[in-house]
Design a protein around this ligand. Sequence first.
Ligand SMILES: *Cc1c(COP(=O)(O)O)cnc(C)c1O
Length: 218
Amino acid sequence: MNISDRVKALLEELPPGVELVAAAKTRPATEILEAVDAGVKIIGQNYVNEAEAVWPAVGSRARWHFIGHLQRNKVKRAVKLFDMVETLDSLELASILDLECGKAGKIMPVLIEVNSGEEKQKAGVMPNDLIDFVKQLPDYKHIQVKGLMTMGPLANEAEGYRPYFRLTRKLFESVKGLNLPCIKMQYLSMGMTDSYKIAIEEGANMVRIGSRIFGPRS
Ligand SMILES: *Cc1c(COP(=O)(O)O)cnc(C)c1O
């Protein structure tokens, strides 16, 4: 199968209401365009530099989600390109994002990244800190919290992801239950090539899939 066939098969397989983000790190613009032509509507990028390199060829034919770790000094450039930041992981980043979105006259939807496996080397808000985190988040005018995102620790088999996805779903419901005026819980982004089926079973309505679309990364 080529990229186009894989996208079409995947889109047929995903239940209604589940949004596909094509995780396109390291992929050239030609491959991204092939995915877009086959029906991909959202491109996920981990690095601002990489996104800038392929953006001119694809541009507004897709929406762009930032799914990597966003460094402070890249925020200004990220704000120009991206339609959603899935990886808000600190109050400091929230404040810088709000500032830069204000300057750009933009309102940025964001997801809070949860470090569901409590892994030291990974970014994301720790599960036990999430409620305090959202309560401390000021009512910013230029960013809009719309849900949660998680990766989960790398597992040998798909089932290994389930506890972390289940925990993140529980946190999603807890935050929703707070009914904070500045937060509109709408998206739960979890699941990748190896784990998206489990993620959907556990309530994901946004999956980020790379290798299943583009083939293995070299
Ligand atoms: C690479 C990546 C994915 C997709 O991973 P695959 O296993 O290739 O599907 C999803 N989310 C993030 C944050 C990624 O960096």
